[in-house]
Each structure stands twice: as C-alpha cells, then as structure tokens.
Design a binder for this molecule. Sequence first.
Ligand code: IPE
Ligand code: IPE
Ligand code: MG
Length: 225
Amino acid sequence: MSNLPRHVAIIMDGNGRWAQQRGKARVRGHERGAEVIRDILTFAAHHDEIEYMTLYAFSTENWKRPKAEVDFLMRLLSRYLKKELHVYLENDVSFNAIGDLSRFSPSVQALIHDTERQTAHCKGLKHYFALNYGAQDEIIRALNSLRENQTDITKDSLSAALDAPEAVDLMIRTGGDHRLSNFLLWQAAYAELFFTRTLWPDFTAHELQSIINQFKSVERRFGGL
Ligand code: IPE
Ligand code: IPE
Ligand code: MG
C-alpha cells in the first residue's frame, strides 16, 4: 500500500531571491508568493488524500528582518486575508492560524480571528497558516499550559496541547536550503522530507503532485522493519 499524504507541510522559502533575480525589490517576491498559496491550497482542497495543509508564512525569527520588510509583510497579510476569504469558502477550506498571535496588531489579530470564524464550517481541507510561529515557542507554550494540570505530561497530552496536533506525513521546503528553520519540530518526527530548489513564487501544483508521487513510493518504517 502506498503512503497517504494526509498532512502536508510546506516551508515557503525563496521569495526574496525570486525578486532579486529579476532585479526587483524583495517584497515583490512576497506578493507573488502570496498568489501561489491560492493555487496550492486549491489543489490540496481537491486532493482526496490531503486532509491538512500547514504553510509556514512568518516565523518567530522573521521579526529580525528590516522594519520595512516586516511592515510590508503585515500589510500583505491583511490584504491576503481579505482578498482570499472567498477562495477558502469556495473550496471548503478552513483557515486556522498557528503561532503566537499576541505579537500582531489588534487589527491583524481581529482579521485572523474573523477569517477563522467565517471558515470554521468548511470541512474539505483543514489549513493551518503559521504566523509568528516557531516550533520551540509552540512547545514551550504547550508545556506551560499543561503545567497547570499537575498531572504527568505524556506524548498524547503534549501533542494535543500544541497549536497543530496532527503528525506531518510530508514536509516540503522550497528555495534550496536543507533545514527546518524551527517549523513543526515535534509533528515532523517521522515526516518524509523533500527539498526542492524551486523558489516559492515558481512552485506549482504540478510540482507538488510530482513530490507526492515520489513520497508515495518511499518505504516508511517508523523504526520497525
Ligand atoms: C520566505 O521567503 C518568506 C518569509 C520568510 C516571510 P524569504 O523572504 O525567506 O526569501 P529568501 O529565502 O530570502 O529568498
Ligand atoms: C523560513 O524561512 C520561514 C518561512 C518560510 C516563513 P527563512 O528564510 O526565515 O529561514 P532561514 O532564515 O533561511 O533559516
Ligand atoms: Mg528565506
């Protein structure tokens, strides 16, 4: 039996380089990258085997970037959420933010929660959007929330306390680098890792399908024989 890509997670990297290669400002790459998300989510929504898709949009470390780029990304996020709501609804995709949202402005937080509320009934695909997300931060927040219960922490209780509890089957990073950059460190314990040199703005549903095809033929042993 072939593997099922139930939970696909993608590190959407390479936006800045895509723009620089074209002599444009880095932020033009972020703009184009936001449009690619629509194609990939629509593909995933209509793929029978994908139940969860987690996309890394902004890390806990990305605040270190120049203020102008961070400010642009915040405006882009607001624009994206307003513009794409109909895409979520038409494709039956629920939007779920993961990460520490408290660092966003009240208006961005309100927009995020509004998008979550308006798409909560959608059952075709559960989409996690990682915003001010870091796996170490996620695990620490989960442990702090469990500490109040005074009972022993177990693998199941910690998993359930994470922002996104589902184990990742297929982890993809675009942009050519071979690292996880603090993404889903717990959930990816037995994920199959795929790295492509394609920069995120050039990534397509066709390439995703070809990665899924390769993933399906891998022997996943989970430590057994
Ligand atoms: C990923 O693209 C998007 C974010 C991290 C917000 P980058 O902005 O990291 O693009 P490169 O890696 O510099 O090309
Ligand atoms: C990872 O990309 C974060 C996102 C794609 C949102 P980065 O570009 O921030 O990662 P590093 O700095 O190359 O590890
Ligand atoms: Mg990068």
